[in-house]
Design a protein around this ligand. Structure first.
Ligand SMILES: CC(C)(COP(=O)(O)OP(=O)(O)OC[C@H]1O[C@@H](n2cnc3c(N)ncnc32)[C@H](O)[C@@H]1OP(=O)(O)O)[C@@H](O)C(=O)NCCC(=O)NCCS
Length: 284
């Protein structure tokens, strides 16, 4: 068992493992779509940011260093109470020498209920700011979004990228990043959508399926700052849910900082159920 990094073959395995581990009712966790969204920085950057832990050759935990001090990781359902894996993970994330997390203030996003998380608490890790997961069941058809929606292919990528840049402060999502993202393995099960306000592309989302009968993910979703407050956040979120349903997803999931009250209100308005808050673990 060890933390694999920088190995070119690691991405297909990590994506497959994350797809397999998604299931209804599981606590919110790292999704293949998170690797898909990170893919915009390129395969090499993603490979350097992904960690896998194996037991008897099989991948049992996957981590994504989403930013230099934030590790998002999840564990195979049948290994979440495994004491030796939990200890190995806890040691790997606690010791900067192991190259998983740097020294200093760092955070870990990992699902609730694992032995690993218990161990981190017992080692003095603290809870960080609260996040709100939301879920929309996709058993029944999704209502019409009430806006013109377009599925974005490579020729219209610039529209999607421009809306994302106008939605998020400091976004670096230029057209080229969209194309790089779309070249990634997870994008085979993804769709990028844009909603229009008149003739203007005004809201955008990318949705990621993890395969039929599994929860799909929205990442990212945003409305152009000049087109807010007109129901387009609700519209693009409904369109996202419908696209995931078409891809066979059993539910649509999203997670946002609880402080982002506009996002929580928007998802609720599009029929998402607000689930119990979760929090990263922080070491100062
Ligand atoms: C959050 C965001 C998507 C909302 O887009 P929008 O087009 O203004 O939202 P809508 O007009 O469709 O509003 C949907 C609902 O949310 C409510 N809402 C929207 N922004 C709100 C805010 N800042 N505070 C409180 N409620 C808000 C609306 O009142 C509406 O409620 P209702 O349907 O019950 O009447 C937009 O502000 C945005 O892109 N923010 C930056 C990117 C972001 O945070 N994305 C989500 C990350 S997970």
């Amino acid at each position: 068992m060890g933390a694999g990094r920088g190995d070119v073959t690691v991405l297909p395995e990590a994506v497959d493992a994350l797809r397999e581990w998604q299931r209804e009712g599981a606590p919110f966790q790292l999704h293949p779509g998170d690797l898909g969204w990170f893919w915009r920085f390129g395969e090499e950057a993603l490979t350097a940011a992904v960690r896998v832990w194996r037991r008897d050759g099989r991948v049992v935990a996957v981590g994504l260093l989403d930013s230099p001090g934030l590790l998002r990781c999840t564990i195979a359902p049948d290994a979440q109470q495994d004491e030796s894996l939990a200890r190995r993970l806890a040691e790997d994330v606690s010791d900067p020498e192991r190259g998983v997390l740097p020294a200093g203030k760092v955070c870990i996003d990992s699902p609730v209920g694992t032995r690993f998380k218990e161990l981190l608490f017992s080692r003095g890790w603290q809870t960080d700011e609260p996040w709100t997961p939301l879920r929309r069941d996709l058993t029944s058809p999704v209502p019409d979004p009430g806006a013109r929606i377009e599925v974005i292919g490579p020729d219209r990528a610039h529209l999607h990228a421009a809306v994302i840049r106008a939605s998020f402060e400091r976004s670096t999502f230029v057209d080229e990043r969209w194309h790089t993202m779309a070249s990634g393995i997870p994008y085979a099960d993804a769709r990028s959508l844009v909603a229009y306000d008149g003739d203007a592309a005004a809201a955008a989302v990318t949705v990621w399926s993890a395969g039929p009968g599994k929860p799909g993910l929205l990442e990212p979703m945003g409305v152009h700052r000049d087109h807010r407050g007109r129901g387009l956040g609700r519209a693009i979120t409904l369109a996202a849910a419908a696209a995931l349903r078409d891809l066979g997803s059993s539910s649509a999931l999203v997670c946002t900082p609880s402080s982002n009250v506009g996002a929580v209100a928007t998802y609720r308005s599009a029929g998402f159920e607000q689930l119990s808050e979760i929090a990263d673990l922080r070491r100062d």
